[in-house]
Design a protein around this ligand. Sequence first.
Ligand code: SF4
Ligand code: SF4
Ligand code: SF4
Length: 349
Amino acid sequence: MARMMTPKEAKGLSDETVVHVLWLNAGLSCDGDSVSLTNARLPSIEDIALGTIPGLPKVAFHWPLIDYQVGEEFIEWFWKGARGEIDPFVVVIEGSIANERIKTEGYWTGFGNDPLTGQPVTLMEWIDKLAPNATAMVAAGTCATYGGIHAMQGNPTGAMGLADYLGPNWRSKAGLPIVNVPGCPVQPDNMAETLTYLLHQLAGKAPMIPLDEELRPAWLFGKTVHEGCDRAGYYEQADFANDYGSPKCLVKLGCWGPVIKCNVPKRGWMDGIGGCPNIGGICMACTMPGFPDKFMPFMDEPPGAAVSTRAIAPYGNLIRSLRAITKHTADKEPKWRAPSTTLRTGYRP
Ligand code: SF4
Ligand code: SF4
Ligand code: SF4
């Protein structure tokens, strides 16, 4: 099967083209994903914004967290996108999308004012205006990807993620699907790396971004927390922590790591440091589409864990005892390493 055309092949972008990034943090959000991205190192946001990465197109961020422009001057870039006066541009959504259609007055979200009415422009309205002209749409963080905390059962806003709103089969005018980078907050390097990939793709230097069935970058979300956890050796030996402060496996304290798609224990949080269970925090499944409802109450042992820990106990306890013997032997030097009048190494001329 022939690979899909990249946007550059499809549109013929020149090397001088500036890619605008319109960052809408107007969703139901704590801005944690914006703050998280400032900690990225691979690459850093400064490297992307200042054009120090070879092969990357010029990028202009219109992002409240780092932009010098404010007020109407800042918002004008979003109106330009809506009017189709800038091209190409990537829209980043941060925060969940409140359903503004279920109420008769007021608004749940707002980002700038409509000059005609003087009323705030809701996130839903911005998505409606920008999506038809966008080259790519990216959801940053679990609120924007799947609804997250604000989309819990019983919430009054009808909150949802970007693909819930536009539909999972939405495609940009350049043929790109929505790109979801979940996490609460998003892991900084996961977000920076995804943006970098997309920018390379827009420049015609990378094939279509590989996504999984939930629209996540496949290379970032293909493994479970458990598969990368520093404590996995304890699990295998059925050695479980009963309280915090222990270096052992946290499954009985509520860790969902065995079934959660997230690379944070492998990647760490900042500069490779940290990573939830590695440093003593249970994995509460913050990257997952079912978060938080399907994983609550957070501090309880997951239902499947009771079965799996019981099943692994006989094997783990036996292996641990046998390894204790082997470890004792392996921890000693061979007996011939001593001053002696005879050679005791077994050497035969
Ligand atoms: Fe905040 Fe988490 Fe939602 Fe991001 S995903 S906006 S960090 S609550
Ligand atoms: Fe797996 Fe969690 Fe235990 Fe780590 S702490 S080994 S992720 S169950
Ligand atoms: Fe979220 Fe678990 Fe990944 Fe930590 S390890 S970021 S809690 S999914």
